[in-house]
Design a protein around this ligand. Structure first.
Ligand code: UDX
Length: 460
């Protein structure tokens, strides 16, 4: 089938490449000439395991093309994916200007029937807006509705996770198709046939339900995490061990083990944005979502936890606001391992590391940071500042630092040489936002260890 994808961001590029790899002809359109030039040279704008070889192969074999020519793109595919960004605007609502601009572009150039597919995460009701935009433009272009090319707007949310986007996209748990048109359903089924082998993964529903499914999924996952972080905070206060609690509750298959890992808060491009956007949608229709507001509030305070541990370590009598106001950490250097919001990505959007570093800088500390993939991203975000050292190795980040904070659970952080670590750090102190190490082992090694929801037991 011939497919056009508008927006070569994370979702658009992965989806386009995987569809081409399954044999479809895919034309990817983006307004960013530089991005298109790079893709044509085989330079991928994001770090995603396994993606670049798929892009290269399908580009070389001619099934995957890249262009800034929107008119060409509209005429290329009967299926038109909208996969542009929906950044939060000032009040946290999803900003639809890019989505509606693509809808307008499609309507301006289309001369044959099209299925327009919302792939971006968009609030409930967006398909109606896309529909209205296309109808308005077609009404301007054509005198009678009979002479207009036909179109149908489909909601087809993506559920891919950064770091495993290629396999999520190749082997989806489910393929949600929101449509009220049998014709559109039929074409969508044909498109996804290569991914619907072995057992039925396609779930067809009405458009609004499909739009809400995406938010409900992400908000449920964010809720699990914030719930668990709240349990961790309670565990700390009562002297329980959240890791044991996690195993205890995860073994109940109704709860399950996934997304109940406590930590220093969820980040990334989806959970924070989608929770906020659904809160806004609810508020706008006069329904106050108390759970989602609490999920957001817990996550906000959880991202401050690492800084609070540092304050507790040095100034147990001060609250963290006072540490900032007095610049009490002046002269201290903090090693930070992990800048990305999670492993296997270079993405630092809404990452807990950023909240930590901002507080450290406000309190007068310097940071020596290392991440296996995000060093360029950190350079792009922070530029050159004399209170940030972007170090080439995890050991270099420790060298001469006063303590270590772990923000991301990269595999390469999980079994460090603790003796070497102690010789490099000024003090043997680790603040661990991802519970990588055994609490008793840290005690044996003489390392002061702060982690989430765990208290060291007194040893005999
Ligand atoms: C998420 C959804 O999983 C995906 O289905 C959707 O399409 C996009 O949003 P992503 O943002 O890539 O994917 O990352 P994910 O692996 O879900 O992690 C999100 C955040 O939650 C990370 O910061 C991670 O560290 C945190 N997390 C995850 C926890 O703190 N605890 C957990 O148990 C799981």
């Amino acid at each position: 089938m011939k497919v056009t994808v508008f927006g070569i961001g994370y979702v658009g590029l992965v989806q386009g490449a995987i569809l081409a790899d399954a044999g479809h002809d895919v034309c990817c359109i983006d307004v960013d000439q530089n991005k298109i030039d790079n893709l044509q040279k085989g330079i991928i704008p994001i770090y995603e395991p396994g993606l670049s070889s798929i892009v290269e192969k399908n580009y070389a074999e001619g099934r995957l093309t890249f262009s800034t020519n929107a008119e060409f793109g509209v005429n290329f595919g009967e299926l038109q994916f909208i996969a542009v960004g929906t950044p939060p605007d000032e009040d946290g609502s999803a900003d639809l200007k890019y989505v509606l601009k693509v809808a307008e572009t499609i309507a301006t150039h289309m001369n044959s029937s099209k299925i327009v597919i919302d792939k971006s995460t968009v609030p409930v009701g967006t398909a109606d807006k896309v529909q209205a935009m296309i109808t308005n433009v077609l009404n301007e272009r054509f005198l009678s509705s009979e002479s207009q090319p036909k179109f149908s707007v489909v909601s087809n949310p993506e559920f891919l996770k950064e770091g495993s986007a290629v396999s999520d996209c190749k082997r989806p748990d489910r393929i949600v198709i929101g449509t009220d048109s049998e014709y559109a359903e039929d074409l969508m089924r044909e498109l996804y046939e290569p991914f619907n082998r072995n057992h039925e993964k396609i779930i067809v529903m009405d458009v609004k339900s499909a739009e809400l499914t995406k938010y409900a999924a992400n908000c449920m996952l964010a809720t699990k995490i914030s719930f668990m972080n709240e349990m961790a905070n309670i565990a700390e206060k009562v002297g329980a061990d959240i890791e044991q609690v996690r195993q205890g509750i995860g073994s109940d298959s109704r709860i399950g083990f996934q997304f109940i890992y406590p930590g220093c808060g969820y980040g990334g491009s989806c959970f924070p944005k989608d929770v906020q956007a659904l809160v806004k949608t609810s508020d706008a229709i006069g329904y106050e979502s108390q759970i989602l507001k609490a999920v957001e509030a817990v996550n906000y305070s959880q991202k401050n936890k690492l800084f609070e541990y540092i304050c507790q370590h040095y100034f147990p009598e001060l609250n963290h606001q006072a540490v900032i106001e007095n610049k009490s950490l002046s002269g201290k250097t903090v090693a930070v391992w992990g800048l990305a919001f999670k492993p296997n990505t270079d993405d630092m959007r809404e990452a807990p590391s950023r909240v930590l570093m901002d507080s450290l800088w406000q309190a007068g500390a310097k940071v020596q940071a290392f991440d296996p993939e995000s060093m360029e991203e950190a350079q792009r975000i922070y530029g050159n500042r004399n209170d940030l050292g972007l170090m080439g190795t995890k050991e270099a980040a420790l060298n001469g630092a006063d303590l270590l904070v772990i923000c991301t659970e990269w595999q390469s952080f999980k079994a460090p040489d603790f003796d070497n670590m102690k010789s490099l750090l000024n003090e043997a102190v680790i603040v661990d936002g991802r519970n990588l190490f055994n609490v008793q082992r840290m005690q044996q090694k003489g390392i002061k260890y702060y982690s989430i929801g765990r208290t060291p037991k007194q040893m005999n």
